[in-house]
Design a protein around this ligand. Sequence first.
Ligand SMILES: Cc1cc2nc3c(=O)[nH]c(=O)nc-3n(C[C@H](O)[C@H](O)[C@H](O)COP(=O)(O)OP(=O)(O)OC[C@H]3O[C@@H](n4cnc5c(N)ncnc54)[C@H](O)[C@@H]3O)c2cc1C
Length: 474
Amino acid sequence: MTDIVIVGTGLAGLFCAYRLSKITKNIILITKGSLKLSNSYWAQGGIAVALSNSDSIEKHYNDTIKSGDGLCDEENVKKLVQIGREIIMELLNENFPFDREEDELSFSIEGGHSVRRVLHSGGIQTGKNIIEFLYQKLYDLNILENTKLLDLIVKDNKVFGVVVQRDNEIFNIYSKFVVLASGGASGLYLRSSNPWTSTGEAMFIAYKNGATLENLEFIQFHPTVFFAPDNSRILISEAIRGDGAILINERNERFVDEKSTRDKVSREVALQKEVYLYAGNLKKEIIFQKYNYLYNILKFYGYDLTKDKIPVKPAAHYFIGGVKAELNGKTDIENLYAIGECASTRVHGANRLASNSLLECIVMAHLSSLDISNNLNNVKIKEVEPKRNFYDVKIHFEDRKILDEFCFVIRDGEKLRKAIKSISSENLIKFILNFALLREESRGVHYRKDFPNKNDKFLGYFRIKNEEINFYKK
Ligand SMILES: Cc1cc2nc3c(=O)[nH]c(=O)nc-3n(C[C@H](O)[C@H](O)[C@H](O)COP(=O)(O)OP(=O)(O)OC[C@H]3O[C@@H](n4cnc5c(N)ncnc54)[C@H](O)[C@@H]3O)c2cc1C
């Protein structure tokens, strides 16, 4: 029994716990893997924030809206860039080690940003550094690793806790509030940049208990992932293209503006036979200062980043849709919050601006913690009997293969229809395929070969609730 259960120990979960720990220590965090296994821990390029002299909140807002291709929730974007900036300033005051050049903060530039705006730490180890920074502050909280969410305890549309599994033991944790900070679902793809933990079953569990899922067709692909012979996937951060690295095909020809947004670069990369990233044109100091970590990993696999062409392919990277939530994480279910990548707040529209997701994690974590703090004394813990058959979501390899083959960067209706028929059971993969089929246009990261243009008829969001998919005009 506890005040708050937080599912997930990525940035959203840990930052929420950090904020809440100032008012209660009765918090249990669970994670199905280890602390080091999350998209957050793996995050590289950094965190977008309008802090440089050449930048402004308006510019950051405009770039986010432009990238979102008509589907951003403007009010939420305003709050994201404004509140995000305030929180980053707090982190700076708390001496979080963002990289500096001669004492000034160092900003990178990534696709879709009009100015240098991305703060980073330890070169491309931003995620690792921020998770370890927060973890040190949370030593007195109860963090259960290798503990998986099996179900939510929901009655009359109100959450009363969670059912979890640790090794062979299944137990209930009753709580006043449950915060899902369980990350995205791009790990459902076989070609993915995510750790194995990113398979989105917590979203499906929320749906089964009455929450709404939305925007599931919008999956961002990263154009430059190195697939190692041992099946490790190494993301080659966009920041290196911002610094001048180029992409070439098997004929050594450049074929795309390397600084354009991920959706465009991914599509062009997907159309080539072979693609290589070449950073031999960069000054060696830049590689060793900023990309030393990447240099060492690639060296391990026999590639020298300072002179070799590195083979790259696109991979599923960021899950834009998720559990429909407000920016403070509130969902359709009372006392259930969804924050970070598992939530859909429509701030990314149809295409997330690079490095806006870590920002979304801290903003949502902050706002949800405020809402929970305000209501902590108004909610009572109640030991409600959970359902007998909880939703232990099984993800079949065959379904993942179908998703990977038929719903990758370039999609078409005929293949999607075939794919839907082959899916073994009702699951998140089936929903993704259905959403991708229904959106008969190309917008943001969603590209349909059979409908290559945007169509204003689709200026809105597909949502699924209680087995019904509906379209809502923006
Ligand atoms: C390689 C890589 C590089 C990236 N680089 C950047 C970047 O530079 N800038 C940026 O803004 N974004 C970046 N992103 C995206 C960003 O990292 C994520 O969007 C963000 O970290 C998501 O944070 P989160 O806390 O919501 O989820 P995560 O960090 O993914 O954490 C999810 C947590 O939930 C747990 N979990 C999941 N399911 C269950 C379950 N059923 N039971 C219990 N626990 C569960 C997981 O174990 C994990 O602890 C990158 C992503 C990747 C993969």
